[in-house]
Design a protein around this ligand. Structure first.
Ligand code: FES
Length: 144
């Protein structure tokens, strides 16, 4: 009889430990996304701006790049004149494409069209592409 009582106590302790471990694991899994959301992103020393090689954008050319979880584009329409935009269409958020023949950005989703300055030329987009500041720092472009 006494043996059974000790065994029951041990079983209860074991179950408590197992349930506590499962509870801790579930709490960790549930809290991980919140922790990631609240943790600031690593900074690259450019205050969140993207640094690109100035030479990576040809005169008359465009360069698409990752920007804050999306896509942006920088262009050099005249030597030393850089402009940058978010490449996210202002209609429903598709990524625009550069059409060098037409010298305009075209949205593949609903055929929205934007000028090289980001202005709406046609289609459903309600607003121009969002302009991004570009700063020259030596041979680097700092965008954002
Ligand atoms: S998402 Fe670009 S035109 Fe609709």
């Amino acid at each position: 009889m006494e043996n059974q009582s000790v065994s029951s106590t041990q079983r209860r302790f074991f179950l408590t430990v197992v349930l506590a471990a499962i509870g801790a694991a579930l709490a960790f899994l549930a809290g991980w996304p919140l922790l990631r959301f609240l943790t600031p992103l690593k900074q690259d020393g450019n205050d969140g701006r993207v640094a690109l090689d100035r030479g990576s954008v040809e005169v008359g050319g465009v360069l698409f790049f990752s920007y804050r979880g999306g896509t942006a584009v920088v262009m050099q329409m005249a030597p030393g004149e850089f402009t940058a935009f978010s490449a996210i269409c202002t209609h429903l958020g598709c990524v625009v494409q550069w059409k060098p023949q037409q010298q305009e950005f075209v949205c593949p989703c609903h055929a929205g069209r934007f000028s090289p300055a980001g202005a709406v030329l046609g289609g459903p987009p309600p607003k121009p592409l969002v302009s991004l500041p570009v700063t020259l720092s030596g041979e680097q472009l700092l965008i954002g």
